[in-house]
Design a protein around this ligand. Sequence first.
Ligand code: AVI
Length: 344
Amino acid sequence: MIAKTATSPGQGASGASAARMINPMMTSCITEQPDTLANAHVPAELFDGLGARNATISPKFLYDALGSKLFEAICELPEYYPTRTEAAIFARHGAEMARVAGIGSTLVDLGAGNCAKAASLFPLLRPSQYVAIDISTEFLHDALNRLRQRFPHIAMEALGLDFSSGLELPGDVRAEKRLFFYPGSSLGNFTPPEARAFLRRLRRQCGPDGGLLIGIDLVKDKAVMDAAYDDALGVTAAFNLNVLNHVNGLIGSDFDIRGWRHVGFYNEAMGRVEMHLEAKTPQQVRWPGGGRDFAAGERIHTENSYKYRQADAISLLEQAGFEATRVWTDPHCPFAVIHAQAAG
Ligand code: AVI
């Protein structure tokens, strides 16, 4: 079963058009959405997913304030290899990445969160402008204020928007030398066709001299992937179960968290890790104007995380109009950081 829409962290349902500018007097402004995920499509999308024969909740709903914190905790887990593997690749090859990608770019950080990953590369990439994009502006405000003090010569801008369905950058984002930064293997949360369409949109925004620095998780031993998405401490379980709290708040449903268990595993046939919530016992869920009964064992599909073979990742980038110029990997754990240049 494929989740209705797979999106990446920090992605909300509202597009840039639903955003409003606050503090418009400042050159470095924060653009944020009126309310997290508050738009007319949210309940409809949720009701569609909950009403489907195989129920789904889009992974974007994993990221309310608590969900974002739980995801940060996941990144600290010993089992969750992507974060530390990617960090090790940046630490080891950052200087070479800067040589390949070039300095003085407009660095556009997709799903910036607390901006830490991009900031660690500032001394090497020396961007002239930094644009941090995330649906949740909660982290962006503080992070950018701190970064402005450390790097006063870099023009910075924060945008609170959902870039998964469209990416129109405001006019003050320089068009020259755009380097899109998409770390964390978030591309895996799109289905491959969605990933291709997303990369094509990035390619269009790149201009002729732009590029992309992207982290992509590669297929590896199933046991390693299973453990990464079903950790011993139960942090991933809490992250997954918390989506029901978020949904309760959004549509007024009465999901009882204790009636559900987390299921996370690598589905070899589909080439992806899947997360589900499984009813421990029969569950009656009600919301204003409707509801659904779930049998014991019935599941709600909450996330896919596709894992690529290196050649497939490169071919995906090429199909989207990029040339993969360099690939850096880790000797111990299959994960790739790829610099891709906009093809001419
Ligand atoms: C954000 N994204 C890349 C994570 C992943 O690995 O797919 C989300 C996640 N889900 C469970 N653990 C982490």
